[in-house]
Design a protein around this ligand. Structure first.
Ligand SMILES: C[S@@+](CC[C@H](N)C(=O)[O-])C[C@H]1O[C@@H](n2cnc3c(N)ncnc32)[C@H](O)[C@@H]1O
Length: 247
């Protein structure tokens, strides 16, 4: 089923190019794979996969089967073009995660910046329920999200890393968090996430049936440790990992 026009349809290529920013590689990607551990031979659903950046990386790490799901038709088109040009065996579905059903349970649900699109606790619960339902027992949810444990006080500049965040201070449930990105080629673009309190996340995972929900601080790749460039990011972390288990 094809989806109505989405915010990411207009910024799909700029967002793809933002994956070249160094924090993606040294914090985001490193932390995701640390949280995942071994994926060889596993089945993975990459929810809000965008143009498939991590879908491909997870397949390249020898997962048996990886399917990316995204609401933006443009993002999925970019992902499918990449798959056509450089086949890895990734599959893609253009769908709202809230409407997702799947017959075959998977070992991992990966959600890189999905949950911060929930504007209400009910929407967040729905994302968590879908994730729970598609996991096999002893499966795991792993993701990276806007760091709702450390909302910016108004505007927070992470300019040296290529972005800025803005929101009301203190934020209320459902308030927008505006991200302004500047890519390495100077191209600027924006998108919005939504704030829900850390307790709401805790509640939604528990209500969906997950056990042992936890926040996971992003880790810097060993090759960059000791590089003072990262101090501002690490002392005021704008992003956070999260993990939960299905018994
Ligand atoms: C910040 S991008 C992240 C893309 C990718 N996970 C990555 O890390 O490169 C967020 C993505 O979430 C998708 N998205 C937002 N709400 C969604 C929903 N309800 N169902 C599926 N995808 C959604 C957007 O279309 C966008 O591609």
């Amino acid at each position: 089923m094809s989806q109505a026009k989405n915010e990411y349809d207009d910024i799909a290529e700029a967002y793809r190019d933002s994956k070249q920013l160094s924090f993606r590689k040294y914090l985001e990607e490193y932390s995701l794979f640390e949280m995942l551990g071994e994926v060889r031979g596993k089945s993975v659903l990459d929810l809000a996969c965008g143009e498939g950046f991590y879908t491909r990386k997870i397949k390249q790490a020898e997962a048996a089967e990886v399917t990316g799901v995204d609401i933006s038709a443009e993002m999925i088109q970019l992902a499918e073009k990449e798959e056509k040009d450089y086949p890895l065996g990734c599959k893609y579905v253009n769908r709202d995660v809230a409407e997702l059903e799947r017959a075959e349970p998977v070992d991992f649900v990966v959600a890189m910046y999905l949950l911060n699109y929930a504007k209400t606790k009910e929407e967040l619960l729905r994302f968590c329920q879908v994730s729970y339902n598609v996991l096999r027992s002893a499966g795991r949810f792993v993701g990276v999200n806007d760091n709702v444990r450390n909302p910016p006080k108004g505007t927070a500049s992470f300019a040296k890393y290529g972005f800025e965040k803005e929101c009301t201070s203190p934020p209320k449930e459902g308030d927008a968090i505006l991200y302004k990105l500047i890519n390495e080629d100077g191209k600027q673009f924006e998108f919005k996430n939504f704030y829900l309190a850390p307790e709401t996340y805790q509640w939604a995972f528990q209500e969906a049936g997950f056990t042992d929900f936890k926040w996971v601080d992003l880790q810097l790749a060993p090759i960059q440790r000791g590089n003072l460039f990262w101090d501002e990011f690490l002392s005021n972390p704008p992003l956070i990992g999260l993990m939960a288990f299905k018994r």
